[in-house]
Design a protein around this ligand. Structure first.
Ligand code: KG4
Ligand code: ZN
Length: 342
C-alpha cells in the first residue's frame, strides 16, 4: 500500500443534467458539494434534451466551481489534483466538464484524473462509511445503468450482471410518465407508492435463464402500459397509487433477489447500493432486511450522494490517483466508456 498523501481534489461532474463541483479531502471527507440541477428546464420536455444540457453546463460550470472552492474555504492554490467524469454519458455534456478540468489542471500544473461515472456512484459509499473497503458487492441503479458489480479492490471491478434493456431508473421515469406524474419519475413513484397496495396488480418479474444476475425491465414497463391502456379502453378507472406500488414492488423484488443470490454465490460479507434509484425508500428497506437476514453488512449513501454529484467523483478520483492514474491533455469525453477501461 502506497503512503496516503494528504490531498484536496477538485472534482467535476457534467455527464447528464447536473452541473456539479466538489472539493474532497483524502477521498472521504467532503469539504463542499455544489450541484446545479437542470431538472426544472428538462421537465418542460418530459426528459433530458442533450443540446440544452450542454448549453446549460457551459453557463453554470465556472459558477459551480467557484462556489465549491468558496464553500470549502480554499483557493486553487490548495488543490492538489483535478478529477472529472469523462464517460459514460451525453457527449456534449461530458465535454464541458472535461474541457474545464483540462484547462484548470493545465493552467495550475495539476495532475488530471479522468473518472468513470459508475465508479463515482460506487465510491459515493466511501464518503459516509469510513469502515467500507473492498472487496464488496455493489448494485448500481440509476437512470442510465443497472449493474451488479463485484468491487475486488479500489479501481478493480468485475461486472456480474447488467440490464439487457432499460435501466431501473429509466423504467421508473417511463412508468411515471404513463401515470401522468412527470419527469423525473423515480422520486414521484416512490412517494405515491406509499399510498398504494403493492399486491394490487401482479406485474411480471423477468429472469434470464442463462444469466442469473442480468436484469430486464422493458417487459415490466410494457405490462404497466398495457394495464393502463386496458383500463382506459374498458372505460375503467385505475388507482395510480396501486400501479406505482405494484410496479415498484416488481422492480425491487428482482433487484433484491438477484443481489442476494450474487452475494451468496460470491461469499461477500458486505453489500452496497449506489445511483439515483438507491435513494428509493422501498429498495433501501427491502435490501436492508434481506442483508440482515443473511448477516451481510449493508451500505448506502445519503440521497444527496446517490443522484449525480461531484463528491463521488472526488472519492473515486482519490483512489485512482493512489493507483497511479494520470490522464494527459488528450483526455476526451467517451460517451460509452466501459467500467474498468482506462
Ligand atoms: O444517478 P442519477 O442521478 O443519474 C444517472 O446516472 O442516470 O439517477 C437518476 C435516476 C432517474 O431515473 C430518477 O428517476 C431515479 O434516478 N431516482 C429514483 C429516486 N430518486 C431518483 N428512482 C426511484 N426512487 C427514487 N427515490
Ligand atoms: Zn449517475
Amino acid at each position: 500500500m502506497k503512503e496516503i498523501r494528504d490531498m484536496n481534489i477538485l472534482a467535476i461532474e457534467s455527464s447528464c443534467d447536473e452541473t456539479a463541483a466538489a472539493v474532497v479531502h483524502n477521498g472521504r471527507e467532503v469539504c463542499s458539494n455544489i450541484i446545479s440541477s437542470q431538472i426544472e428546464l428538462h421537465k418542460l420536455y418530459g426528459g433530458v434534451v442533450p443540446e440544452i444540457a450542454s448549453r446549460k453546463h457551459i453557463e453554470k460550470i465556472n459558477q459551480v466551481i467557484e462556489e465549491a472552492l468558496r464553500e470549502a474555504q480554499v483557493t486553487l492554490d490548495d488543490i492538489d489534483a483535478v478529477a472529472v467524469t469523462y464517460g459514460p454519458g451525453l457527449v456534449g455534456a461530458l465535454l464541458v466538464g472535461v474541457a474545464e478540468a483540462k484547462a484548470i489542471a493545465y493552467a495550475r500544473h495539476l495532475p488530471l484524473i479522468g473518472v468513470h461515472h459508475i465508479e463515482g456512484h460506487i465510491s459515493a459509499n466511501y464518503i459516509e462509511h469510513p469502515d467500507l473497503e473492498p472487496p464488496f458487492l455493489c448494485l448500481v441503479v440509476s437512470g442510465g445503468h443497472t449493474h451488479l458489480v463485484c468491487v475486488r479492490d479500489y479501481g478493480k471491478y468485475e461486472i456480474l450482471g447488467r440490464t439487457r434493456d432499460d435501466a431501473a431508473g429509466e423504467a421508473y421515469d417511463k412508468v411515471a410518465r404513463a401515470i401522468g406524474l412527470g419527469y423525473p419519475g423515480g422520486p414521484k413513484i416512490d412517494r405515491l407508492a406509499k399510498e398504494g397496495d403493492p399486491d394490487a396488480i401482479s406485474f411480471p418479474r423477468a429472469h434470464i435463464a442463462d444469466a442469473p444476475f442480468d436484469f430486464s425491465f422493458s417487459g415490466l414497463k410494457s405490462a404497466v402500459l398495457n394495464y393502463i391502456n386496458g383500463c382506459q379502453m374498458k372505460g375503467e378507472t385505475f388507482r395510480p397509487a396501486d400501479v406505482a406500488a405494484s410496479f415498484q414492488k416488481a422492480v425491487v423484488d428482482v433487484l433484491v433477489e438477484h443481489s442476494m443470490r450474487a452475494a451468496e454465490e460470491y461469499g461477500m460479507g458486505r453489500f452496497a447500493i449506489a445511483g439515483g434509484v438507491a435513494s428509493n425508500s422501498a429498495l433501501r428497506e427491502s435490501m436492508k432486511k434481506a442483508c440482515e437476514e443473511r448477516d451481510l453488512k449493508f451500505y448506502h449513501p445519503s440521497p444527496i450522494f446517490c443522484t449525480d454529484n461531484a463528491a463521488m467523483i472526488g472519492a473515486a478520483g482519490y483512489y485512482e490517483y493512489l493507483a497511479g492514474t494520470r490522464h494527459g491533455w488528450d483526455l476526451n469525453a467517451v460517451p460509452n466508456l466501459k467500467l474498468g477501461e482506462r
